[in-house]
Design a protein around this ligand. Structure first.
Ligand code: NAP
Ligand code: MN
Length: 264
């Protein structure tokens, strides 16, 4: 197989990368950083996000496999102690590829628009003052939000920031996306739905700011400061990210292992 490795910049991850290179070469795999079939990530789920963003323009041609150098990850199937098992699985060549949807965002300015894709989520956060946003669902006015911001997440992102905001965990086979509030103001003057909302693939949401100040826009692990924005549109993208699973990786088992104490 033609593979590349994207690793986090810490001693353990670099050591695991070196060891993988040695072993994979011995089993006739070729490292090809320019035209890989398989992108192996070594680090955390954040490293997987980084790798996916590095290969956004060639998603149809690559598949991702994650090795976690901490504890279990959501996108990473192996922990670094399991390298032997990983190599055996590569040799056996029995796998199951699963695709997860990406979320698309369009930011409209007066004279242009910008497009982004996220694997976990987008957030709009105003850390400076109350952000006012009119929320439209499929072009129909729904509510006026005021507060710190909003999070729009994918099914695989549902266990990340979305979960901390009280959003639901969504099984990644469900093609849907979710809107959660970040510190909404609810009073006699201001009212929002407050519950997380889950949308099917064909729906879209539009956010129209009714107050204008700098705002932070996060795209997975990255963020940019926006000025002079006019409108935001979010929907599930047709683009998907393929992950290669050699072993059984049940989503609910991962949820249990990640979030519940071991003896429960
Ligand atoms: P980070 O600060 O290391 O990420 C925060 C935590 O989220 C890490 O434990 C990370 O795992 C984990 N994580 C990432 N994607 C996940 C997923 N799909 N399901 C479950 N856990 C996940 O920063 P990062 O590694 O660059 O990751 C960026 C992500 O951090 C963002 O996309 C956002 O979801 C999340 N985040 C969460 C909060 C919050 O919960 N309050 C705030 C900001 C950002 P690893 O340690 O394996 O990387
Ligand atoms: Mn991380």
């Amino acid at each position: 197989m033609r593979y590349t490795i994207v690793s986090r910049n810490d001693p353990l991850s670099k050591q695991v990368e070196k060891s993988l290179d040695e072993r994979l070469t011995r089993v006739n795999s070729i490292r090809d950083d320019y035209n890989p079939e398989v992108v192996i990530t070594v680090g955390g789920d954040g490293t997987v996000l980084e790798a996916v963003h590095n290969y956004l323009d060639r998603l149809e041609k690559v598949v991702f496999v994650g090795i976690h150098t901490g504890k279990l990850g959501f996108y990473a199937d192996y922990i670094y102690d399991d390298i032997d098992i990983f190599i055996q699985n590569v040799i056996s060549n029995k796998y199951n590829d699963v695709s997860f949807p990406l979320l698309s965002a369009t930011i409209y300015y007066q004279d242009r628009e910008e497009h982004y894709l996220a694997l976990n989520e987008f957030t709009l956060i105003n850390p400076y003052r109350t952000q006012h946003l009119d929320v439209y669902i499929n072009d129909e006015y729904f509510e006026s939000f005021q507060g710190t911001g909003l999070c729009i997440s994918t099914p695989t992102g549902s266990s990340a920031f979305n979960k901390s905001l009280g959003g639901a965990l969504i099984h990644p086979h469900i093609k849907a996306f979710q809107l959660t509030e970040i510190a909404s103001i609810n009073s006699n003057v201001y009212r929002t739905i407050s519950s997380p909302l889950i949308f099917p693939k064909e729906h879209f949401i539009t956010l129209k700011p009714t107050s204008y100040s700098d705002i932070i826009f996060t795209i997975d692990h990255k963020n940019i400061t926006l000025k002079n924005y006019q409108l935001f549109k979010f929907q599930l993208s047709d683009k998907e990210v393929r992950f290669r699973h050699y072993n059984n990786n049940d989503f609910w088992r991962r949820v249990k292992k990640s979030f519940l104490p071991e003896n429960m």
